[in-house]
Design a protein around this ligand. Structure first.
Ligand SMILES: Nc1ncnc2c1ncn2[C@@H]1O[C@H](COP(=O)(O)OP(=O)(O)OP(=O)(O)O)[C@@H](O)[C@H]1O
Length: 240
């Protein structure tokens, strides 16, 4: 089954066409990455799929057309976005952040929090610490945990490697790989092309609002033409 199908999506900010006739899909259980440089339109694409941006075009989640469904309802239907910049509650503790997420998911079950602590033991160790005092990697883990509490059908991640030290970036991609291996469908947007393609099934390229590709991630990783532009001299990705 196709988990997500996006057809001819367009996002405009006044005269700026941030997303142009973008079409993509994610099969059930797939990990798909959209790679592209800073400003290519990746965040606008994910925000539109989440219902947070005004957009034109058709979006299907599973069998259902959600093009005109509001953002909160899309989340309830299983589409969860971990936004760029994390947006955790800095003055609340780790535990409180997770409790708010669980409440938002309409659940009171304490085992949902225990489940994410099982995935991120580090967060359990810091459960009484306030969000703002966590490291960047821990904040990203908390943002991810808040989405996972909802048991999403499709998890969308906007630049999860942003601002993290290289060692932590590697851990973050390992965690995303494990989430995918546990059966969750994932749509990831990233500037770090090399790392994200190395864990993905398929990849798209995004340039000035337009998507191309949609091919096998391993083949994209081996494609010499993409190296100079997208993998950068130090191999960490476009624009870095
Ligand atoms: N609220 C906004 N108002 C006007 N223009 C915007 C707005 N948000 C984004 N843009 C413009 O739309 C284009 C795409 O931006 P977007 O943030 O989607 O790209 P991106 O690939 O996610 O880049 P980044 O990684 O820097 O977030 C850019 O030209 C950006 O300047």
């Amino acid at each position: 089954m196709r988990m997500l199908e996006v057809d001819e999506l367009n996002v405009r900010y006044g005269a700026v066409r941030a997303v142009r006739d973008a079409s993509l899909h994610v099969e059930e259980g797939e990990l798909v990455v959209v790679v592209g440089a800073n400003g290519a339109g990746k965040s606008s694409l994910l925000r539109a799929v989440s219902g947070l941006n005004r957009h034109r075009g058709r979006i299907r989640l599973g069998e259902r057309d959600i093009s005109s469904v509001r953002a909160e309802r899309r989340t309830r239907l299983g589409l969860c976005l971990v936004p760029e910049g994390r947006h955790i509650f800095g003055r609340m503790t780790v535990m409180e952040n997770l409790q708010v997420a669980r409440w938002g998911a309409g659940s009171r079950r304490s085992d949902e929090i225990a489940r994410v602590f099982g995935m991120f033991p580090r967060l359990e160790e810091r459960k009484h610490q306030v969000g703002a005092t966590l490291s960047g990697g821990e904040q990203q883990m908390l943002a991810l945990s808040r989405a996972l509490i909802r048991r999403p059908r499709l998890l969308m991640l906007d630049e999860p490697s942003m601002g993290l030290a290289p060692k932590i970036v590697a851990q973050m991609f390992q965690i995303i790989r494990e989430i995918h291996e546990s059966g969750t469908s994932v749509l990831l947007v990233e500037q770090n092309a090399r790392m994200s393609l190395s864990i993905a099934d398929r990849g798209y390229l995004m340039e000035t609002g337009a998507l191309s590709g949609g091919g096998d991630a391993g083949e994209m990783l081996a494609d010499e033409r993409l190296h100079e532009t997208y993998f950068g001299k130090n191999g960490t990705g476009a624009g870095t």
